[in-house]
Every structure is written in C-alpha cells, then in structure tokens.
Design a binder for this molecule. Structure first.
Ligand code: UD1
Ligand code: MG
Length: 430
C-alpha cells in the first residue's frame, strides 16, 4: 500500500453539545473515528491521527482497539484550523489522503476514487442544493482554482453550489512545501488546509475535483447529523445482511450493530435490536427482543426476550419476558418469565415460568450449574452457588439452596391447609 492517511480529529466539536469528544460518538455501536480508521486501514499501513481537544481520552480509546496507528498533537493554540492540524505531520508514502474524523459514512471504495489519476491534488467535491456552511469550490475549465470558506466568500461566491467535502489526496512533496507556508490571513484567523489548493494552482500544479456522494462524505457536527448518519449506516448494514440471506420483517424497525454477524438462515422480526459483537446462526429472533454481545445458534428468542452479554444459546428456546445474562444454555426450554444469570444449563432441561437464579448476594456473583433433563417447576428460586445434577425434578415454589443429587425430587413448601367456609365467616353471607 503506497498511500498514507491522515485523519483530522483535533477539533472541539462544540455543536455536539456534549462532554464526549465528537469523534467518539457512536454510529451503529462504533465510534465515528473508528469507522474512519477502519476504512483507512483497508487502504493504508501508515495512518496518522491528529488530536488536540481531549487528546488523551481519544488516544487511549484508539490504543485499546488498534495497533500501529500514529498520533500527532496539534499546537491548536498557535496554529488553529485544519491547516494548523497538518503542521508537523510527516507521512511515509509519496501521497497522503487527508480525511476528517467525523465522517463515519466514508467507505474504502469512496476513498479509492480519490486515489486515482496523477493530479497533484485530488479533492472531493459535492454538488449541493444548500451549500451553506461549506467551503465553496471555484472550478475553472475542469480544474479547481481555489476553495473559499463561507465566511470569506463574496456574495457571488456564496451562490456556488459545488462544495469542498473535506477529503484530499495530496502529493507528499506539496504538503512538505505548502503546509509550513500557510498563513492565517482570513475571516477566522485560522490556518486553512484548503489554502494549499491556491498555492498549488499558483505554481501550475493540477488540482482535480472528484465528485463524491454526499451520503458518504457528510460530516457529523450535531446530534441531528448523528441521527441522520445512524439511519444511513443502519440501512447499509441491513441491506448487506438481507442480501446475505437474513429475513427481516419491517427492517426499518430493526437495529443491528456494525459488529454483529449472521450465518445460515436467520429471521429477525420487527423491533429486534442486535447489539455489540453478537453472532446469530440459523436462529429466529422474535418481535422486540434485545440481544447484546451474545452467540445464538439454532435457537428461538422472544417475543420480548432479553439476552445480555456473554450468553451462549445453542438449540434453545427462549420465550417471552425471559432475561438471560452471562450463561450457556444448550438444548434448553425457558418459555416464560425467568431470570437466568451466571448459569450453565444442559440438554433437555425445562425452566418453568417464574424461575429465578439468585446469582447476587449484594457483594458477589455466583454460578448456577444445572444438568441434563432437569424439570424446574414454576416460581422457583435457585440460590447460587449451587449445582443441580441430571434427571432432577424441582417442584413448583421451591427454593433450592443446596446442591441436588442425580435423580432427586426437591420440594420446599409449607403444607397447604384448607379452612372450609372461611370466606363466609369473614365477609358474611349476602
Ligand atoms: C472544512 C473545510 C471546508 C469544507 C468542510 C467540509 C477548511 C478550512 N475548511 O471546514 O472547506 O467544506 O471542512 O466538512 O478546511 N480540525 C482539526 N484541528 C482544527 C480544526 C479542525 O483537527 O484546528 C479537524 C476537525 O476535528 C474535523 C476537521 O478538521 O475533523 C474539519 O474541521 P471543521 O471545523 O469541521 O472544518 P469546517 O469549518 O467544517
Ligand atoms: Mg465541519
């Protein structure tokens, strides 16, 4: 790979009105910056991320997920602006692609379109009905002449509908000579990266406009933009999985994390939410169920099932209002109203309505182990830590707080008494 990538992520993101740095806001379960890094990693082995605002927090977050990414600290006090961000950045290859950290919708294919040809600079442009807020691109005879920021535009320039999308592919030699020469002689007193275009044109270099799709290059600046970007990303993710054979009823009501995967024939009904790193294999997830960071294979869940992180369901049926957390269930039926936490439950076991694993004593969490072919009656409490062996019957209403041996019946209830005609004694007869 002979291209370097620089991702600008030092800006403050004031319009997000958030204490979380802008680039760490998530789209489909992944921060915007990570979407950009993922696209960059497909085309380059030399990625530099420019940071300043909340640099430490962002760098830590990146380092927890990626290796080999370089960081550059902008001196944003002395050199504010996108050009200031590039000061001191050195790239390894002969060309560099510069993009923004707040462009989560950009794809590798879109970036590749900017890497083609032999112009000195390729820059991304979008034709917009409403160009307000963007730098206007002055194109003369098919070549870019200059980029004028909105705040620096004369009225006639404001009418230009071709805007700068903010991604450029620039020859290293141009960066090395133009970036140190930038000045801040403009309405915002900032160092504009866009001024390198004018410098290039003045020296007779070629600057080509590459028309890109607004949908891929749209920057996210506000929570409204974030929501729009989420819609676009969700549409892409769902289209991809439907093409791969996943059935979705009313797909616009379904949410799927960018890290989730599907195999075999899966069905997702309306209102389903698949979150985190979940793997769904040949399973049917019914209306309004939520799956988080779990592995679901050959199983049914829901309607209104909740499968929390680190759960593994194999050949299992989970019905309505059943919550499962950090548990492995193989060949189990839990049809109604249950809480199963920190448990492992084996083949042929049936969980009655209202069974609860009491996994937490207020200080620690404990394990429940349930063997094969166990029949657990309704409204039972399983107080962990506890092991129930194979072939056990637990009577309805029982509290299990000791290990149970293979083949046993366990029952704990006070004997039922009947007081005949008590109703009439108490309320009287009419
Ligand atoms: C920039 C372009 C504008 C273009 C628009 C597209 C300039 C001067 N203008 O404007 O022509 O239409 O993008 O979205 O480049 N950043 C830093 N350090 C800074 C300032 C910004 O790293 O000091 C980063 C931001 O984190 C962001 C990117 O650069 O990722 C763009 O910054 P932003 O302030 O959004 O630039 P615009 O004013 O929108
Ligand atoms: Mg912007």
């Amino acid at each position: 790979m002979s291209i370097s990538v620089v991702i600008l992520a030092a800006g403050q993101g004031t319009r997000m009105k958030s204490s979380t740095p802008k680039v760490l806001h998530e789209i489909s379960g992944k921060s915007m910056l990570f979407h950009a890094i993922d696209a960059a990693q497909k085309i380059s082995d030399d990625i530099t991320i420019v940071l300043y605002h909340q640099a430490e927090r962002i760098q830590k977050e990146i380092e927890a997920h990626y290796n080999g990414v370089h960081f550059h600290m902008q001196d944003a006090v002395q050199f504010p602006g996108t050009g200031g961000a590039m000061k001191g950045v050195s790239v390894k290859h002969t060309k560099a692609l510069i993009l923004n950290g707040d462009m989560p919708l950009v794809t590798m294919q879109a970036l590749e379109s900017l890497m083609q040809g032999d112009a000195d600079i390729n820059m991304s442009v979008i034709k917009m009905d409403d160009p307000s807020g963007y730098g206007r691109v002055v194109i003369i005879e098919g070549n870019v002449h200059e980029i004028v920021e909105e705040k620096d535009c004369i009225p006639a320039q404001k009418e230009i509908q071709t805007v700068n999308a903010g991604v450029y592919c620039v020859k290293k030699e141009l960066l090395d000579s133009y970036i140190p020469a930038l000045n801040n002689d403009n309405a915002q007193a900032e160092y504009y990266l866009t001024d390198i275009v004018k410098m290039a044109v003045d020296e007779g270099k070629t600057v080509h406009p590459v028309i890109v799709k607004e949908e891929e290059f749209k920057g996210v600046n506000s929570k409204l933009d974030l929501a729009h970007a989420e819609e676009i990303m969700q549409r892409r993710i769902k289209t991809k999985w439907m093409k791969a054979g996943v059935s979705m009823r009313l797909p616009e009501t379904i949410y799927i994390d960018s890290k989730a995967t599907f195999e075999g024939e899966c069905i997702l009904e309306n209102g389903v939410s698949i979150q985190g790193i979940s793997h769904i294999i040949a399973s049917h997830i019914k209306t309004n169920s939520v799956i988080e960071d779990s592995h679901i294979q050959n199983s049914h869940v829901g309607p209104m099932g909740r499968i929390r992180p680190d759960t593994k369901l194999i050949d299992t049926h989970i019905g309505n209002f059943v919550e499962v957390k950090k548990s492995t269930l193989t060949g189990v039926k839990a049809g109604h109203l249950a809480y199963i936490g920190d448990a492992s439950i084996d083949e042929g076991t049936n969980i009655g309505a209202g069974m609860i694993t009491c996994n937490y004593d207020g200080k620690n969490k404990y394990q429940t182990v349930i063997g094969k072919n166990v029949f657990i009656g309704s409204d039972t409490q399983i107080v962990a830590p506890v092991t129930i062996a194979d072939d056990v019957i637990i009577a309805a209403g029982t509290t299990v707080n000791k290990d149970v041996a293979k083949g046993s019946l366990v029952i704990s209830r006070t004997e039922m008494k009947t007081v005949k005609n008590f109703f009439y004694k108490f309320f009287g007869t009419k």
